[in-house]
Design a binder for this molecule. Structure first.
Ligand code: UD1
Ligand code: MG
Length: 412
């Protein structure tokens, strides 16, 4: 009989080789496509530079295309060993992989459409919700659990070990997909920051999968391995993109990359059954989302761009971008949020009189502006570094929570 661990290692080896090839191909193709993007008027202007040169956007679509090609190539590698075994062929595993690819494809399409057409909010929300359906259906067919292991001290109260969330768990997974597809896009606007998120979170997931493969019994390791195989080429193509997108950016990643990355991370979290651990890696994104809620839902005015403000005349540094409005323009909730955030010291706020009316000025509510509130003006590449360091620290803390602190509540 075949040794399952050896099988997984072989599969990972091949995946690693293919990923490296994908990375090189993506880099080579993106460089080739730079003039074509410009010629086709697919570009944006870098808002944090003195010179306004066109920067090709969305270059993420090339990286994503190369990623898909290598995922397709990888399907036979995974399943060739069962090709003559009609009865024991693991159809559900194949379907899991295919449904993952469907969801990822849809995210890429949505992202590209958004880059070209600037989609409306409600269309952006409906599409990923529906595109997660195949994935959730396969999750159901595969008989995957919707139950959550309860912490030891809660078990005594409820006299049960598991709490089955049933249908609610599917709603949770659907919401995770919507959240993840948008979470990266709203921490954006300075060179390298979008891809850096994909890289740090993706690498954290890969590390987690490797640890789990050596810890768990066989039935779960296959899905950890699958997750690793989906993340591998994603990391490789992201590195290629990062080389071109880091400061000073030669290309922009576009919404295509943001949605693709978010969906890929969500999909592996669901398939690999570690969506709660994934949420630990996403803490900066969750924070940024909660902090953005007043502006996203228009309780506080939200300009088209919330990226930090570049001082093109003097220091060439970035500082918080601000938004001004009449005090009377704020509703009850808006006033509540502004009061709450500024009381906790996480919002810059200034009041002034103009034309006999009271005006309020606050910073745009993003984590990047919040960092700038504490550091003061810094150069663009420094701000990216600060953010990446925060993301890294969160990943390290996530591992400590997952493997040490969780032990106090669960016997993991
Ligand atoms: C999201 C953010 C928006 C932010 C924008 C920046 C929310 C709700 N939306 O909008 O606040 O301003 O991303 O990407 O939070 N750009 C740069 N430097 C970069 C990357 C992008 O200047 O390193 C600029 C370029 O002009 C580029 C544009 O941002 O063309 C892309 O913005 P887009 O992706 O269309 O914005 P949104 O995703 O709608
Ligand atoms: Mg965007």
């Amino acid at each position: 009989k075949k040794d399952p661990t050896l099988e997984i290692l072989k599969m990972l080896g091949i995946n690693f080789g293919l990923s490296v090839a994908a990375g090189f191909l993506a880099y080579y193709l993106m460089k080739q496509y730079i003039p074509i993007f410009i010629q086709r008027k697919l570009y944006g202007f870098d808002q944090c530079k003195s010179e306004k040169l066109p920067v090709p956007e969305p270059m993420g679509v090339i990286a994503a295309a190369v990623y898909l090609i290598f995922m397709f190539l990888f399907i036979p590698v995974l399943f060739v060993q069962w090709i003559h075994e009609e009865i024991s062929f693991p159809y559900v595993r194949l379907l899991s992989l295919l449904s993952a690819i469907i969801s990822i494809c849809t995210a890429i399409l949505l992202g590209f459409a958004d880059d070209v057409l600037d989609l409306r909010w409600r269309h952006k929300l409906l599409f990923p919700t529906l595109s997660s359906l195949p994935l959730l259906m396969i999750y159901y067919i595969a008989g995957n659990s919707t139950a959550m292991l309860l912490p030891v001290f809660v078990r005594e109260f409820l006299s049960t070990t598991y709490l089955d969330f049933g249908f609610l768990f599917y709603i949770y997974m659907g919401m995770l997909v919507i959240f993840a597809t948008n979470a990266i896009n709203i921490i954006a606007g300075i060179n390298g920051v979008e891809v850096a998120q994909g890289l740090v979170i993706g690498a954290s997931i890969a590390t987690f999968n490797i640890i789990q493969i050596f810890r768990l019994e066989h039935s779960l390791t296959w899905y950890q391995g699958l997750s690793l195989c989906i993340i591998g080429p994603f990391l490789a193509t992201s590195i290629a993109l990062y080389i071109l997108n880091r400061y000073p950016a030669k290309v922009f990643v576009g919404d295509t990359y943001c949605y693709w990355a978010g969906m890929t991370l969500a999909v592996v979290g669901i398939l690999g059954r570690f969506s709660k651990t994934l949420m630990l890696f996403l803490v900066p994104q969750v924070f940024n989302f909660l902090y953005s809620v007043p502006q996203l839902f228009h309780f506080v005015p939200c300009p088209r761009h919330r990226l930090p403000k570049f001082d093109s005349e003097g220091t060439k540094k970035l500082s918080m971008s601000l938004v001004q409005f009449k005090a009377t323009d704020l509703g009850l909730l808006g006033r509540l949020f502004v009061w709450l955030f500024s009381t906790f010291g996480i919002l810059y706020k200034r009041e002034f009189m103009k034309d006999d009316e009271r005006w309020i000025e606050v910073n745009n509510m993003t984590i990047l502006n919040l960092i700038l509130k504490f550091t003061g003006p810094v150069y663009e590449y420094q701000l990216t570094y600060f953010f990446v360091i925060i993301q890294l620290i969160c990943s390290i803390v996530a591992f400590i929570v997952r493997f040490y602190i969780a032990r106090l509540f669960y016997e993991v």
